[in-house]
Design a protein around this ligand. Structure first.
Ligand SMILES: O=P(O)(O)OC[C@H]1O[C@H](OP(=O)(O)OP(=O)(O)O)[C@H](O)[C@@H]1O
Ligand SMILES: O=c1cc[nH]c(=O)[nH]1
Length: 354
């Protein structure tokens, strides 16, 4: 929604052309839905800033996540937080009903790091306008029926993935392995596939996909090895080659060791290296793959943190290669460290930092 539309919308509320039923005056309820990291909060803030002379309250569906028990917490990375059952919708409905009837209500306080409700919650007073925001606020018809206006924030999924990884790692305490998994899964989505139906041992038919082409991974020792488990988890038994590159000063890169599948030229290659700084190591690795007959457009470079300079160098030299990254950082310092970056990735991941 652009600011002009918002301004028209807020004037409509003010001059009554979007009218809340009265008397008694009931709050006007706006539902704002959209995928994870689609920008719902930004849209809500835009709405609120346009409605500065109204009493507005923002209710977030996230507050109504169920607290997880110990068994679920032990396998939290298998838990689907994007499913309607993850929310206590009955509680959400009762809170919304109270607010709609002009009564103050206690909204739970959910902690994303412990996946539990914490503290006494937060009192929310009745208002002229209630904004209900969340990924699934349009899912349940009983919640939808409370709304006078519904907004869906539609944002490109690549952009949402990048934002989500950043938010999950920095703000919500998720671990690096989970981010590596997401990058690998997203990278695999770029490979050509056909649909295939599988009949499971219980006789039900499961619609799946099968990759059209042969694949392999190639990790750049040693940080790239941190991505191998995520790749193996998605592609059981995948061949993974290794490349060791030694950095000398800011520009020199020397190939020390390589062990690649003998038939690599006929494979799609997922090149694994979590840090793309100057791009010198990546260029060395990619040139080696090309010298072995790998087709440039068959290489997908999977990466966690990239500096603009490295992306520029790789894309300029190899325009047909794809890079999948979770974060494009600001720049490089004079020692070619990514800024803000995450320091020495290999030392942090393997625990060899002091
Ligand atoms: O784009 P560049 O400027 O070439 O820098 C990127 C390289 O630096 C990191 O490896 P590092 O040399 O830190 O080695 P490590 O993985 O063994 O820790 C990273 O894994 C890349 O291979
Ligand atoms: O910032 C950087 C640059 C190279 N290698 C890293 O681990 N971090």
């Amino acid at each position: 929604m652009d600011s002009e539309t918002l301004s028209t919308f807020s004037n409509s509320i003010k001059n009554g052309s979007i009218s809340a039923p009265h008397p008694p005056k009931q709050p006007f309820v706006i539902g704002v839905a959209g995928g994870t990291a689609s920008g719902k909060t930004t849209v809500c803030n835009m709405i609120i800033s346009q409605l500065h002379d109204q009493r507005v309250v923002l209710v977030n569906q996230d507050s109504f996540y169920h607290s997880l028990g110990d068994d679920t917490l032990a396998k939290v990375y298998d838990y689907n937080f994007d499913h309607p059952d993850a929310f206590n919708t009955e509680l959400l409905l009762s809170c919304m009903a109270m607010l709609k009837n002009g009564r103050a209500v206690n909204i739970p306080n959910y902690d994303f790091k412990t996946h539990k409700r914490i503290g006494p919650g937060c009192q929310v007073n009745p208002s002229d306008i209630i904004i209900l925001e969340g990924i699934l606020v349009l899912h349940d018809s009983r919640v939808r029926d409370l709304m006078n206006m519904k907004i869906f924030v539609d944002t490109d999924s690549d952009l949402r993935l990048a934002r989500r990884i950043q938010r999950d790692t920095v703000e919500r305490g998720r671990n690096i392995q989970n981010v590596l998994d997401q990058v690998v899964e997203h990278g695999l989505g770029h490979l050509p596939f056909t649909e295939k139906q599988i009949t499971t041992p219980t006789g039900s038919v499961y619609p799946g996909v099968v990759f059209c082409k042969r694949l392999c991974g190639v990790s750049v020792i040693r940080s790239g090895e941190s991505m191998e488990n995520a790749l193996r988890a998605c592609c059981k038994g995948i061949k993974i080659g290794k490349i060791l590159i030694h950095g000398e000063g800011n520009n020199g890169r020397q190939l020390i060791y390589e062990k690649l599948p003998a038939d690599i030229s006929s494979r799609h290659v997922l090149l694994l290296d979590p840090v793309l700084a100057s791009g010198n190591s990546a260029v060395k690795a990619i040139n080696l793959l090309l010298s072995k007959g790998v087709v440039e457009s068959n290489i997908i470079f999977l990466n966690l943190i990239a500096a603009p300079q490295g992306i520029h160098m790789v894309c300029k030299k190899f325009p047909k290669l794809k890079i999948v990254t979770s974060e494009i950082d600001v720049t490089l310092d004079e020692d070619l460290r990514v800024i803000p970056g995450m320091g020495e990735f290999g030392d942090r991941y393997f625990g060899t930092n002091n």
